[in-house]
Design a protein around this ligand. Structure first.
Ligand code: CA
Ligand code: CA
Ligand code: CA
Length: 342
């Protein structure tokens, strides 16, 4: 990161120039980065309120650690871009750290050191650190709160007093994470700290931490098995169209299907005359990769030579994580002699 080629005085020069409207576009870029750093280190971005010696410490001297952490935080920032994850992969990550909060925004006695964790669904548990800032013997209550992630479905409810001995400045609690086979979006819940005696929610931005559960299930994509048209022999009672699930078979996936006449041409098969219209929903249970649609063909005089087509259309795949092939329809061709036609 370019920021740390700068000295503390560069912050003053650049940001004051910007305030006076004397910054060119390159300086404005720089100013933006510097302000981000100030906000994280001081809780605001007003350079005139920052003590030069303080800033020097952060930028040049013993601020090495703060800078490294800032850099790490920026790089691992959870900006909606989820990590790619394999099925059953264990992944536990920390994102925002409370040390970047302004002291006045924090609770005096208790707090989380990490304000946002992410954990993969297969991780079984997540350890969350609670700080006892006074170091005295004391108790705080920690309790989970649902957001999109629900206790009993996605994680194990936690609601317990956490006690510290004198001198014990931190402690981990363990939150159970529940695994399943169904695709879901990534979902959040919170852990909040409360006064152990009164039950009041504790003030301070570091008294609540967010946990994102990262889904690891691959519901796959739905395709017709046949890549060309399906040939249906006119002598048969039914024609079978196979539908496959590829690139994953986790959880329940469903897809709607419906027969449709093509057009008005003589080679169009007409529902009710040439075949029996049908619509419905195919369900692929967990692990299932093959399904079929059966459509009845209406019998004609033996001497009628047949060559007529209709469509089977797929639509509405669920859940949202499952995909549908670009080719979502199949042409079914009813012919007098399917073998000869092939
Ligand atoms: Ca789940
Ligand atoms: Ca899973
Ligand atoms: Ca899942």
């Amino acid at each position: 990161m370019e920021l740390f080629e700068y000295q503390a005085v560069d912050f003053y020069r650049t940001l004051l120039a910007e305030k006076q409207g004397n910054a060119d576009s390159k300086d404005q870029e720089r100013a933006k980065t510097m302000k981000g750093f100030l906000k994280d280190q001081f809780g605001h971005d007003q350079i005139e309120k920052v003590d030069l010696e303080e800033l020097k410490k952060k930028v040049e001297g013993d601020g090495m650690l703060a800078r490294a952490k800032y850099r790490r935080q920026v790089q691992s920032g959870f900006t909606g871009k989820r990590p790619a994850i394999a099925k059953n992969e264990i992944l536990r990550q920390e994102h925002e750290h409370a040390e970047f909060l302004d002291e006045s925004a924090k609770n005096e006695f208790f707090g989380f050191n990490c304000l946002h964790y992410s954990v993969s669904e297969a991780s079984k548990f997540l350890k969350v650190m609670i700080l006892n800032k006074s170091g005295e013997k004391c108790t705080v209550r920690a309790c989970t709160i649902d957001d999109a992630a629900k206790a009993g479905e996605d994680y194990v409810k936690f609601d317990e007093p956490v006690s510290f001995e004198r001198g014990e400045k931190q402690k981990y609690i363990e939150i159970g994470i529940m695994n399943d086979e169904e695709w879901e979006p990534d979902e959040d819940f919170f852990v909040q700290l409360y006064n152990a005696e009164t039950g009041d929610e504790l003030d301070g931005q570091d008294c609540r931490t967010r946990i994102t559960i990262i889904d690891d299930d691959k519901p796959g994509a739905i395709y017709f098995q046949e890549s060309k048209n399906v040939q249906a022999d006119a002598s048969q009672k039914t024609v079978t169209i196979f539908v496959e699930r590829r690139n994953g078979s986790d959880g329940l996936v469903s897809v709607d299907f419906k027969t449709t006449d093509l057009d008005e041409s003589p080679n169009t098969a007409t529902a009710g005359i040439d075949y029996v219209a049908k619509e419905g929903t195919l369900e692929f249970k967990h692990g299932e990769i093959l399904n079929k649609i059966e459509i009845d063909i209406i019998k004609k005089d033996d001497d009628e030579v047949r060559d007529e087509s209709f469509l089977v259309q797929l639509s509405n795949v669920t859940p949202a994580g499952a995909k549908l092939s670009k080719k979502s329809y199949m042409v079914v061709n009813i012919v007098t002699d399917a073998k000869a036609k092939k």
